[in-house]
Design a protein around this ligand. Sequence first.
Ligand SMILES: C[S@@+](CC[C@H](N)C(=O)[O-])C[C@H]1O[C@@H](n2cnc3c(N)ncnc32)[C@H](O)[C@@H]1O
Length: 355
Amino acid sequence: MFEQPSLVVPKSCGETALTITRELGLLGRGFRITLANGEIIIPLRRKPSREELSVLQAKLQGFKISSHSFRTKRKRPRDLSEALTGLVPSSLLSHIPRSFDIIGNIALLEIPRDLSDYSDAVAEALIQVNPHVKTVLAKASPITNTFRTRDFKILAGEDLTLTEHIEHGCVFRVDPRKAYFSPRLSYERQRVSLSVRSGEIIVDMFAGVGPFSIMAAKLGKAKKVYGIDINPEAVSFMLQNIMMNDLRGKVSAILADSASTPAQLLEHVADHIIMNLPKESLPYITQACDFLRPEGGLIHFYTITSEKASAEAIVSLLKARVENSGRTVKAIKFMRDVKTVAPREKQLAIDLEVH
Ligand SMILES: C[S@@+](CC[C@H](N)C(=O)[O-])C[C@H]1O[C@@H](n2cnc3c(N)ncnc32)[C@H](O)[C@@H]1O
């Protein structure tokens, strides 16, 4: 508590009094404004001068200059390093993660081994620095299952893993414990969506909670998107996301295995195929070719390779698969490294024009 000069006004004049004290450079920053007995007590940096008092008298009715014990405002630390100074040995401060994934109001934190004894403190500090984060999760298992989900441990905050993530004007409801979602694919989703022309039809073969499908329909103006996923939880979220983004009828969520998805239903319908099952997309190329229109279209293919793998080798493998499926790769329209997924492994995006 700090004793400071103060301006006391009836509550009804609070806004005006604040504006005037700010304009006069009198407002005592760093102290909490107090409300007591219907009066607002505004902290001042100093006692007002005679000129300042006459301004106050001209513009305010019924004020008092007094002195008051103010609580100081807690300053939010600028970053994790500042928040953890004194809590973590200084030799470890440089090991504090500099970035982390955010899904809605959930942060996914990877704690380096050296800091494992301080994981709770790091997680609490993360919430302190980013007040919109309500839950901090740590990865508790690798991704090995078909649904591409993993276990998470709650390190800090609310015991809640259901959230809503906003990306390029689309909202995605997701629980990362139940269905895959990566905020790091945001640029890819936008890029693919913007390559979709009005009236086109998309098949998203591994759609998850529907982020590519929904964005392609919303940003890309696709006429129709079919989002297929084998995980019932993912499809349930996709249905909710279709509703929340007002895309009923435009995006259809299909619970199925893309390997045996009713080719009859979707045979030769699509202008674009999205294949975001990075470790295992290749075996599904035949199915993708079956979904494509006879006159051809684009396959947005994702794969994971070692950092040293040659792009030419991957492309020739893809071309061979496409040819085995009775189609031809006319051009590689686009290729980029999407993200590093493990030490010396990266995710690669390749857009193939297939006829
Ligand atoms: C890497 S996630 C991608 C999800 C989504 N495209 C995204 O960007 O968030 C792969 C998804 O493919 C689904 N999946 C795996 N095998 C599948 C199959 N044979 N048929 C349909 N979906 C499958 C998983 O359930 C998972 O949701």
